[in-house]
Design a protein around this ligand. Sequence first.
Ligand SMILES: N[C@@H](CCC(=O)N[C@@H](CS)C(=O)NCC(=O)O)C(=O)O
Length: 235
Amino acid sequence: MTADGPDLSVYYASTPNGWKVTICLEEMGLPYRLVPVKLGEDRSENFLKASPNGKIPALLDARGPGGAPITLFESAAILLYLAEKTGLLLDPEPTGRWKQIQWLVWQVAGLGPMAGQNGHFLLYAPEKVPYAIARYGAEVRRLYAVLDAQLTRTAAFVAGGAYSIADIACFPWIMLHKAQGLSLDDYPALKTWFALIRARPAVQRGIAAGGGVAAMRQGPPTGMFPVYDSAGEKP
Ligand SMILES: N[C@@H](CCC(=O)N[C@@H](CS)C(=O)NCC(=O)O)C(=O)O
């Protein structure tokens, strides 16, 4: 903490990629504040300095390595950074750690982008494009089946072993299964895992922090939802 508040600020909107970071921070018990970003529109200097790709989430740690400020973008980089900073949610042993990193990368390289496109063509595209709906729908169903098979093998968490940042990365995208036109009844191990993760209080706090699913649907009013400081008043 500094006199100005928590060391950690998250450039944030209530979306699956944003939720990964707030869930992780809540699980780790780290104080943070949310800096609202209007998706696709916020091109302020501070935001682009932290996130040159212009997407959320991005993180500012006012007291990073060696006590100097650091900014990071890309949700996987942020989760890895927080895991290293705290020594939590990432296996200290190399074999387990690399399995967790492997599934984390699978989520950001596969499940996230494909589910993002699936959602876009199903829900938001101004015209119905049957080819795109079929292509991304089939790919998302395939990825759900890959995760279901993995969870059948591990019988608990995504990478086997303990709950980790790999579970945190996958959860928000599975949360949206109904809107994505999928039923978890078709993926029994995924359904069991989903219920287990959803029941975690830190997961619920992380989703609720910036207004949850309702804020995702409506978007922040004018990019001004109240700054949230987990160490202080909650809106
Ligand atoms: N690979 C990035 C994806 C980030 C991303 O796509 N963020 C979306 C919200 S979930 C965004 O900022 N969209 C705004 C835009 O595309 O302009 C990550 O994992 O952080």
